[in-house]
Ligand binder design. Structure first.
Ligand SMILES: C[S@@+](CC[C@H](N)C(=O)[O-])C[C@H]1O[C@@H](n2cnc3c(N)ncnc32)[C@H](O)[C@@H]1O
Length: 259
């Protein structure tokens, strides 16, 4: 979910741009199939005119799908990447949803809404707030009294291996196991009413799409000044995944209500 850090590239390549290319075949920037996004949104069960906020919205895949579920709803999407937001705007226009999605190019930590929300999403973007606990606090303050907070977060499927920690540039305490994630939510005053745990096929689809999209783009644009770096980033990411965190890092999306 992160563009590999710590790589020595030949030039100052625009990582947001590479990330956007890497998500070409998988606009949901998390290891989850669309069918399961829909299942989670159904379980969130908001009213047709729901107000939705997506923090770290990327290409807006979750916000747009939420609008499909709530036909009179409106969504705000917040992200710092102009490339992701441009794709979100294009996808909204293509789906006839442009008038119901407002995109904000800004830091989600300083987003000041003009009201509260029935559904707040933060999927794969908890690093923006400094982790799961801080996300519950900072994203949670935008949720109205009866609202839903939906957070997608990593967890250790098995105790972290040295290879996984190195690949993710992570410390063991950066994630808990799945039970620990649920405990942390409850301690912060949120109760899971549903959850989806991504399976191996969802991880493989996500990672192969990420690596493959970037690789294809580099092979299709051999003369582009970023092509060599794109190939380097794709290979490095593939190694970090296959030799590092595959089957070690899990991903869960929790549907949370205030306790
Ligand atoms: C892994 S992607 C998740 C995108 C989306 N939630 C999804 O599941 O498709 C993380 C997103 O966080 C965004 N991001 C990083 N720092 C941010 C910040 N300070 N404020 C808002 N968005 C940020 C990135 O640009 C990226 O689009």
């Amino acid at each position: 979910m992160r563009v590999s850090a710590g790589l020595v590239l030949t030039r100052a390549v625009d990582r947001q741009r590479l990330s956007s290319i890497a998500h070409s075949h998988h606009p949901i920037a998390a290891p989850i199939f669309g069918v399961n996004v829909n299942r989670l949104l159904r379980r969130a069960g908001r009213q047709p005119a729901a107000r939705i906020l997506d923090l770290g919205c990327g290409e807006g895949a979750w916000a747009l799908q939420a609008l499909a579920h709530y036909p009179d709803g409106h969504a705000d999407g917040v992200d710092v990447s102009p490339y992701a937001l441009e794709r979100a705007a294009g996808a909204a226009a293509a789906r006839g949803l442009a008038d119901r999605l407002t995109l904000h190019e800004r830091d989600a930590r300083t987003y000041v809404p003009d009201g509260d929300y029935d559904l707040v999403l933060c999927v794969g973007s908890t690093h923006v707030f400094g982790g799961f606990g801080e996300t519950l606090k900072l994203a949670g303050r935008h949720v109205n009294a009866d609202g839903i907070l939906m957070v997608g977060e990593g967890f250790w499927q098995v105790p972290p291996t040295p290879e996984a920690l190195a690949a993710l540039h992570a410390k063991p305490e950066e994630f808990t196991d799945l039970a620990g994630l649920v405990d942390a939510a409850e301690q912060a005053g949120w109760t899971p009413v549903y959850a989806h745990v991504s399976d191996a096929a969802e991880w493989d689809d996500y990672e192969w799409s990420w690596v493959g999209s970037l690789t294809e783009w580099a092979l299709d644009n051999p003369g582009h000044p970023d092509a060599a770096d794109a190939l380097t980033v794709a290979r490095e990411h593939r190694d970090q995944w296959l030799r590092g965190y595959r089957d070690v890092l899990g991903f869960a999306t929790l549907v949370l209500r205030r306790s």
